[in-house]
Write a protein that binds this ligand. Structure first.
Ligand code: BG6
Length: 501
C-alpha cells in the first residue's frame, strides 16, 4: 500500500535530518525502516539527507550495511535495490561523542558543508533518539554552537519519551528546550498518536452522527482503555525499573488516548484547537484524593509463568532488575472525567506487561435499556458495545441485539467487525512514517504540546508518589494471566467486567 498523508506540494521540505543516537535501537528498528518507506512512497524531497551521529568508530560503508540489514528486517515493505540505493545515497555517518560539548562545532561545520552539496536551505530536524539523560546535554551543545534558530531557515527538535521522570524534571527539561527552540518547533513524540486507529478516534466520533450524538454520560455506561502486552521488559530492565507502567504507559500513551476519547469537538482541525480540547480532558480528571488512591488504583508486578506455552521468568528475575524491585508492571485505574459530557461515566484503564494477550483496545459500553419488554423475564440483555481496535487488528467492532432467527423468540447479540475489512490491515504504515513526515511538513497535531505533558504529569505524579510510598505484595500476577485479581474486583464491585471481545 502506498501512503499519501495529504501530500503537501507547497511546503519546502528540504532539510538535513540529524539523528543523535544513529547506532541505537530506535534508529535501526523504527526510524530507518520508516525513512525507507517514505522514500518508497516518494514523500521525501530531493534536497534531503540524514546525518546519523554515533559514538562508535565505523566507516560510512559499515554503517550503511547495518542500516540495510535493519531495513531488511523491520520494514513493512520488502527491501528493493532501487529504493535502497536512493535512501543509502542520503545517509551520512558522523562519528562524535555528544558528551564532548566542544565537538558540536565540528558537527555544525559538517552540516553546513552538506547544505551546499544537497541544497537543504539550512533547514534542520534534530532528532534525539538517545537515552533521556542526554537530552539536555545535546540541546545545550546545539545552543552553544549556535546551531538552532538560524536566520532564513527553519529548525525542529524531536524528542522521544520519557519527557522527564516527574513534573519537576519535565519542567526543568522543558525550560532548557525553550532556551534554544520555540515551542512550535518542539515535537514531543508519543508514537501512539501515529497509529492509524488512534487517528481514527476523531474521525469516528466527528464524522458519524450515530456515534457523536450518543457519546456522553446519558448513553454510555463506561469506557475501557486496555493496552496489554505479552512482552516482558526484555533488555530494558534498567530503564523500566525507574519507570514502571505509570511513567512508561499511563502518563503518555494512555492520557493521549483518554483525551481523544473524551474531548469536545474542536472548533476546527487546526493543531492548537485540537490540543486545547485534549488538554481540557486531563484538567477535568477528578481529584486524586487519598480515598481515590485507596479505592481506584491497582498495581501489579508479574511473576513467572507461561507465554504462549513457553516458561518465562518473573520481573524480579529479569536482567538489570533488583531482586526486591517494587516497580509496577501492571496498573488498573478507575477515574472520572468531570465535565458535562462525561461526569458520572467511569473510565477503566489497564495496562501491563507479560499478560495473556497483546492488544490495545478502547471499549465503549452503552447503557442497557430498561428490562421491561424483551428482557423482562428471560434473556439477559447484552449491552451495545463499540470497540475501537488499535492493535494487533485495526478496525471497529460493534455489538447489537437482533432476533435469533433460529429460535421462536430468542434475542442474540450480533457482532459486526470491520477489522478484517480495514484497508490498512496487514500492512499498517509504521506510526513513525506518519510522524516523521508530519515533522518535516510542520504539522504538530500528532505531537504533545507542553501544557498537555504538564497536566498529564501533574495527575500521574500523585499516583506515582502513592505507589512509591506503598510497599506492595509483589509479584501478584502470573505471566500469561490478565493481571492481579484485584483488577477484576475493581470492576466487579461496580457490577461490571473487563470486556475481551
Ligand atoms: C513504549 C513503551 O512507549 O510503548 C514500551 O516504552 C511499550 O514499554 C511500547 O512496550 C508499546 O508500544 P506498541 O506500539 O508496541 O504498543
Amino acid at each position: 500500500m502506498e501512503m499519501d498523508f495529504n501530500k503537501s506540494e507547497d511546503i519546502d521540505l528540504s532539510a538535513i535530518l540529524v539523528i543523535f543516537g544513529g547506532t541505537g535501537d530506535l534508529t535501526h528498528r523504527k526510524l530507518m525502516p520508516s525513512l525507507y518507506n517514505l522514500v518508497r512512497d516518494k514523500l521525501l524531497p530531493e534536497n534531503f539527507c540524514v546525518v546519523c551521529v554515533g559514538r562508535r568508530d565505523k566507516s560510512e560503508e559499515e554503517y550503511k550495511k547495518e542500516v540495510h540489514d535493519s531495513v531488511n528486517k523491520y520494514s513493512r515493505n520488502k527491501i528493493e535495490d532501487g529504493i535502497w540505493a536512493k535512501l543509502q545515497g542520503m545517509i551520512y555517518y558522523y562519528q562524535f561523542d555528544f558528551t564532548d560539548i566542544n565537538g558540536f562545532t565540528g558537527l555544525k561545520d559538517f552540516l553546513e558543508g552538506l547544505d551546499g552539496k544537497v541544497h537543504t536551505g539550512g533547514n534542520r530536524v534534530f532528532y534525539l533518539a538517545v537515552a533521556p539523560e542526554y537530552f539536555e546535554t545535546i540541546v545545550h551543545g546545539l545552543q552553544i554552537s549556535n546551531m538552532a534558530k538560524k536566520p532564513g531557515a527553519w529548525d525542529k527538535l524531536v524528542i522521544e519519551k520519557p519527557f522527564g521522570k516527574d513534573l519537576k524534571t519535565a519542567r526543568k527539561l522543558n525550560n532548557k528546550l525553550l532556551e534554544v527552540f520555540d515551542e512550535k518547533s518542539i515535537y514531543r513524540i508519543d508514537h501512539y498518536l501515529g497509529k492509524e486507529m488512534i487517528q481514527n478516534i476523531m474521525v469516528l466520533r466527528f464524522c458519524n452522527s450515530i456515534f457523536e450524538s450518543i457519546w456522553n454520560n446519558k448513553f454510555i455506561d463506561n469506557i475501557q482503555i486496555s493496552l496489554t502486552e505479552k512482552l516482558g521488559v526484555g533488555s530494558r530492565g534498567e530503564y523500566y525499573d525507574h519507570s514502571g507502567a505509570m511513567r512508561d504507559m499511563l502518563q503518555n500513551h494512555i492520557m493521549q488516548i483518554l483525551s481523544l476519547v473524551a474531548m469536545e469537538p474542536p472548533v476546527n482541525l487546526k493543531t492548537d484547537s485540537i490540543r486545547t480540547e485534549k488538554l481540557k480532558v486531563i484538567e477535568a480528571i477528578e481529584e486524586i484524593s487519598p480515598e481515590f488512591l485507596k479505592n481506584n488504583v491497582i498495581f501489579g508486578q508479574y511473576g513467572k509463568g507461561f507465554i504462549d506455552g513457553n516458561p518465562v521468568v518473573g520481573y524480579r528475575e529479569e536482567n538489570n532488575v533488583p531482586k526486591d524491585s517494587n516497580t509496577e508492571t501492571f496498573l488498573a485505574l478507575k477515574l472520572h472525567v468531570n465535565n458535562f459530557r462525561f461526569a458520572g461515566t467511569p473510565f477503566y484503564i489497564r495496562t501491563g506487561k507479560r499478560m495473556g494477550t497483546s492488544s490495545a483496545e478502547i471499549v465503549v459500553q452503552f447503557k442497557d435499556l430498561p428490562n421491561i419488554l424483551y428482557f423482562k423475564d428471560r434473556d439477559v440483555q447484552e449491552p451495545n458495545l463499540l470497540v475501537l481496535r488499535i492493535q494487533p487488528n485495526v478496525g471497529v467492532f460493534f455489538q447489537f441485539n437482533t432476533k435469533d432467527f433460529a429460535t421462536h423468540n430468542g434475542i442474540i447479540p450480533t457482532k459486526m467487525d470491520t477489522s478484517s475489512l480495514s484497508p490498512a490491515q496487514g500492512n499498517t504504515p509504521e506510526a513513525y512514517e506518519r510522524l516523521i513526515y508530519d515533522i518535516l511538513r510542520g504539522d504538530a497535531t500528532l505531537f504533545s504540546r507542553w501544557d498537555e505533558v504538564e497536566a498529564a504529569w501533574s495527575m500521574a505524579d500523585q499516583i506515582i508518589r502513592y505507589r512509591e510510598q506503598k510497599k506492595s505484595q509483589f509479584p501478584n500476577y502470573d505471566s500469561g494471566s490478565m493481571g492481579p485479581v484485584r483488577a477484576f474486583e475493581l470492576l466487579a464491585k461496580d457490577g461490571r467486567k473487563w470486556w475481551n471481545v
